[in-house]
Design a protein around this ligand. Structure first.
Ligand code: DC
Length: 226
């Protein structure tokens, strides 16, 4: 099979990770959640009591942090300096602060270096905000997922409720819109659709339907679409 690198970008709650996991499973490729890497740096910096305004210190932390993904059946665990932090990196506190860390030029340089090292040695399904534009600009398949703000907040609400965290629809819409604004307006590698990315609006679609559409694009590339 030809090497296949699938870059999936889009705003928070567009359904990237659920669809990406299904696509990776179907294609037997590793799945890399790059948002988890920025979350890992944020979590560790907060743990260490660092001020996120101290960009040099946060960058230095990012350069020496050991971030690893361990796939076990349907779940993917995130290890930060050897400690399982899968749940901790998704806490509301980290979610509120991560855009600030992801906007630090030095932190992005460190994370992109790691991401490119992974993508250079194997086929991969990678999701994030700048994968098709900066991390793997020559990816064989580029997808940009969107969905209405209401739907994205509704999905996040359900996801949080499953973890026993109850937030209102309004609160989530405000928080997601704020994060979109920060991620889209930053100077370094802002969230935007690559010119050659396939745009998929996931509003009203299940993750399985979205995954099917992405797989269709992959099969077109591989020349096996009947
Ligand atoms: O996808 P997520 O919510 O886990 O991402 C967490 C944050 O990291 C989000 O605010 C955007 C940022 N991010 C980024 O800037 N670049 C990426 N490739 C992935 C995530």
């Amino acid at each position: 099979m030809k090497q296949l690198r699938v870059a999936i970008d889009g705003p928070a709650g567009a359904g990237k990770s659920t669809a990406a996991k299904l696509v990776a499973k179907e294609l037997a490729l590793p799945y890399i959640d790059t948002g988890a890497m920025y979350r890992a740096v944020t979590w560790k910096a907060l743990q260490l009591g660092m001020s996120l305004d101290e960009e040099d210190k946060v960058t230095e932390l990012a350069s020496r942090l050991d971030i690893a993904f361990i796939a076990n059946h349907e779940q993917q665990s995130v290890l930060v300096d050897g400690e399982i932090a899968t749940e901790q990196i998704r806490s509301p506190e980290v979610t509120e602060r991560v855009s600030q860390v992801a906007a630090i030029r030095g932190v992005r340089a460190e994370m992109v270096k790691l991401q490119q090292r992974i993508a250079n040695r194997q086929g991969v399904v990678m999701d994030g905000r700048d994968i098709g534009t900066h991390v793997i600009p020559d990816a064989e398949v580029k997808i940009f997922l969107t969905a209405s703000l209401q739907e994205r907040a509704k999905r996040r609400k359900l996801e949080m409720e499953n973890k026993g965290i109850y937030l209102s629809q309004d609160e989530l819409e405000t928080s997601i819109a704020r994060r979109d604004e920060l991620d889209s307006s930053r100077d370094v590698a802002p969230l935007r659709q690559a010119e050659d990315a396939h745009l998929i609006d996931t509003t009203g679609q299940t993750a399985a339907e979205v995954a099917e559409r992405i797989l269709g694009v992959c099969k077109d590339f591989l020349g096996t679409n009947q």
